[in-house]
Structures are given as structure tokens and as C-alpha cells.
Ligand binder design. Structure first.
Ligand code: CO
Length: 450
């Protein structure tokens, strides 16, 4: 790709990815000032005009200023819609731009592609079900739960076939866990490519998942002593399958049928999927139909040709399951620029596939010096963790970075450290410290620093 191609492509993506700017604090303050300055007679005249029009049933032409306090906005002077006008609720029409997005040039087909979560718009830790990133290998199957079965067989004492009803008779567990595609950030090993946060880090979501411990089901079938690996296979058109070591299966793997309080979405594996907390998302096989117990890994396509890490010397790492500790600043970011100098809260997300996030540091000078950020709200193992740092921006450029540390003592690496160890040929497991350049006008650019 030539330099000019890259530049024009980047411009297009910036234009497409940037949110509509909200009214600035300055503009709102000026409006409030003008209202306050208007004389009492003129003020009353405005109120009377609105009252008069409403009394005669005429439509009231309401300016933006007419909706602001102390005037009464139009939605307070009329009735809203009633119950079950939308039996399944949906976001406000004003949130219509909060959407999953894809990168069209990334894959040839939408049925074997990926969409990203708009992390720039999310609050707290939980990703709403409609915004959880998607990854398919042969599109979304439409599965009738009445007809769906999960078979567990192989090196077991009692091979069994479970209906959805049978699965839901076992004791259920609910747990908040992130799920991340190991290709998250993978387009940027060689340089900054993507215009915004949604595309640099959006293959990442966090939900409350409900289901049965896989260890419970394995106890039911009785794994033979020589059973060391499992093959988990999906019911999609790709029959996507991955090998999972028995240690993980007996530790914290779940067979889940619900997310955030409701049935799994079709995109997330309805009616049942595997969930391997902290491991690359691809191992959390969706539309789960079969678990075979064996004594060695199966060497499936998705663990040989794909989801392996090509090193500088041409060899590849295999079965690199854990999503290592990572973090990113979500506000500001290219989609959420600052408006003017003054107080802001820098916010971001940190996560580790090995356990809890222990600390997050912030740098304003591209990693020269570091300050402690606060961890906000719940800090849970293998979940997203939100951090914040209150900051009075004096104006002028910044090189903003975050660096997370997990409870095992692992520190998120610099890009230089990661490249020294892994080269630049890989797609997967890029968890390097990320840099946003805040420009003097408050806009934010994706840049890379070694
Ligand atoms: Co891997």
C-alpha cells in the first residue's frame, strides 16, 4: 500500500468514525447567558406567546433556546407514548450512531468477518447485548433450541446427549467476564492504521454470562484418566472447532446459555456456547454441539493455519490461549475529542486473562513519566476494569498512554518490547501500550510510539 493510499484511506475512516460533536460547553453557557440577559418584559412575552399558542392548539415553533431552562421544553408540555408501544425496548433515537462497525477491506465476505464494539460510547463494565462484537466463520446459524443437542463423548465412561432443558436442570452460575478476539489490535503490528478506538480495540466486550460449569457436565459423563484434551465444536456452517486442555475445562470453563440476563443472542452462540474466561475469544466456541474427550489436541484449521503467532524467524507459536494484560484510554479518543482547556476525567478500560487488574498508570508524555490512575467500581478477575484520572487540561498537545499491571505481576509491554520478542509478522495477541496524541485543538489521533 503506498503512502498516499494509506493517507486517503485514513482520512475516509476518520470522517466515518467520528461522532457528531455535542454542543460545546461554551455554546451552552453563551445561550444561558443570553437568556439571563434578556429583559423581564421580553422574557414574559416569550412565555405568553408559547402559552397562547398551546391554548389554541396551534403547533409551537420551538427554537433550541426555547427548550432550555428556565423555559419548559416541548416534551414536558405533551404526553409520551404508552406501555408496550415497543414490547422489546430499544435505545433512544438520539443514540442511533452507537453501533457495531466493521472494516470493509479487512475480509472478503461478511459471513466470515468481524465487527467491533463502540467502546467510545460505553459506560461501566457491561457491554449491552446488541453491541457485543461479532466474529463468524460461516455466518450466524438460526438454531431451533428444541432441536439443538450437546453431545459429550470420546474418552468418557458414559457418553451423553443433552437437550437445552436438560442443561438448564444443572445448578447455574453467573459470572462477569470479558471476551476478546486475539486479533484485537492485530492490524497495527507494523504501524498505526485505524482511525479510532472502535477499530483499534473494539474486538472486546464484557458480559454477565450464565450457564453450567463444564466440570459439572464432565463429572456427569466421567472423563477417563487418559482424557487430557477436549475438542469443542460449533453447529455453524464452519463447524468451527478448537482443542482445549482438560486443566482449563476443569478450572473455570462454562457452558453458557444466557448473557446479561437474557438468552444468548444468535450472534453470540444461541442457544448455547462455551466460555473460556480470559482466553482468546475463538476458543469460546459458539453454537456448541459437541465436546469430544481425547488424549491430545486435534490440530484443527483454527489452531494451525489460523490463531497461531508467526514469529520473526518464520516459526509459529501454537496454543497461545491467554489474553495477556492490556489497557486503553477510552476518553478522550479519536471519536471523543476534547473541546477546550479545563477539567476532564480521563477514562479507560484494563483487563487481564490471568486474573484481576492490580493497577493502571497514565502518562501524558508518551511514557516518560507515569502517574497512578484510580480503579473505578468493581475489580473482578478476567473482567473489564474501568480506570479514571481527573485532569485539568491546560490546552496543548499530549501523548496519552495507559499501562496496566495484573495480580500476577505482569506489566503491559511497550510496543518496542513486544516487537523485540515477537517480531511484526503476527496478527494475534498485540497488547502493547497504546498512544493517543491529543492535539492543541482537542482532537485525538492514533499514533504509535516505541
Ligand atoms: Co493465541
Amino acid at each position: 500500500m503506498s503512502g498516499s493510499d494509506q493517507a486517503s484511506r485514513r482520512q475516509v475512516r476518520v470522517a466515518g468514525a467520528r461522532d457528531k460533536a455535542p454542543p460545546s460547553l461554551q455554546a451552552l453557557a453563551a445561550e444561558a447567558e443570553s437568556l439571563k440577559a434578556s429583559d423581564r418584559r421580553g422574557f414574559l412575552k416569550g412565555l405568553l406567546a408559547i402559552g397562547g399558542a398551546a391554548a389554541t392548539g396551534q403547533a409551537v415553533a420551538v427554537t433550541a433556546a426555547g427548550s432550555l431552562p428556565p423555559l419548559v421544553p416541548p416534551w414536558t408540555r405533551s404526553l409520551g407514548r404508552g406501555v408496550v408501544s415497543k414490547p422489546y425496548g430499544e435505545p433512544s433515537a438520539y443514540e442511533k450512531d452507537v453501533l457495531r462497525r466493521t472494516v470493509p477491506w479487512l475480509t472478503a465476505e461478511s459471513i466470515s468477518s468481524i465487527s467491533m464494539t463502540p467502546l467510545q460510547n460505553l459506560k461501566g463494565l457491561i457491554t449491552p447485548n446488541g453491541l457485543v462484537f461479532e466474529r463468524y466463520h460461516a455466518g450466524v446459524p438460526e438454531i431451533d433450541p428444541e432441536q439443538h443437542r450437546l453431545m459429550i463423548h470420546g474418552l468418557v465412561e458414559r457418553p451423553l446427549i443433552f437437550t437445552m432443558q436438560a442443561l438448564q436442570r444443572f445448578p447455574s452460575v453467573s459470572d462477569i467476564k470479558f471476551i476478546e478476539c486475539p486479533a484485537n489490535g492485530g492490524m497495527e503490528w507494523k504501524g498505526p492504521q485505524m482511525a479510532g478506538l472502535q477499530f483499534t480495540h473494539g474486538m472486546l466486550s464484557c458480559c454477565e454470562w450464565t450457564g453450567v460449569r463444564l466440570s459439572t457436565l464432565l463429572a456427569e459423563v466421567g472423563v477417563k484418566p487418559e482424557g487430557k484434551w477436549l475438542l469443542a465444536e460449533g453447529a455453524d456452517g464452519a463447524a468451527m472447532a478448537r482443542s482445549i486442555p482438560i486443566e482449563k475445562a476443569l478450572d473455570d470453563t462454562l457452558v453458557v446459555y444466557a448473557q446479561n440476563g437474557e438468552a444468548l443472542r444468535p450472534e453470540q452462540g444461541y442457544p448455547v456456547r462455551l466460555l473460556n474466561p480470559g482466553w482468546e475469544g475463538n476458543t469460546s466456541v459458539k453454537w456448541l454441539r459437541r465436546i469430544e474427550v481425547g488424549n491430545q489436541p486435534w490440530q484443527m484449521r483454527e489452531e494451525t493455519s489460523k490463531y497461531t503467532d508467526l514469529m520473526a524467524d518464520g516459526r509459529a507459536r501454537k496454543f497461545t490461549f491467554v489474553q495477556e494484560c492490556n489497557s486503553v484510554i477510552t476518553s478522550p479518543c479519536p471519536e471523543r475529542p476534547w473541546q477546550e482547556a479545563g477539567w476532564y476525567e480521563i477514562e479507560g478500560l484494563a483487563w487481564s486473562g490471568r486474573g484481576r487488574v492490580k493497577a493502571v498508570d497514565i502518562s501524558f508524555d508518551g511514557g516518560v513519566s507515569w502517574l497512578n490512575a484510580a480503579l473505578k467500581g468493581m475489580v473482578m478477575s478476567k473482567s473489564l476494569t474501568r480506570f479514571g484520572y481527573r485532569f485539568k487540561w491546560p490546552g496543548g498537545p499530549l501523548l496519552l498512554q495507559s499501562r496496566a499491571l495484573d495480580e500476577t505481576g505482569y506489566v503491559q509491554p511497550t510496543l518496542r518490547q513486544l516487537r523485540e520478542q515477537r517480531g511484526v509478522n503476527s496478527i494475534y495477541h498485540k497488547n502493547a501500550i497504546h498512544t493517543w496524541r491529543v492535539e492543541a485543538d482537542g482532537s485525538v489521533r492514533n499514533v504509535q510510539m516505541l
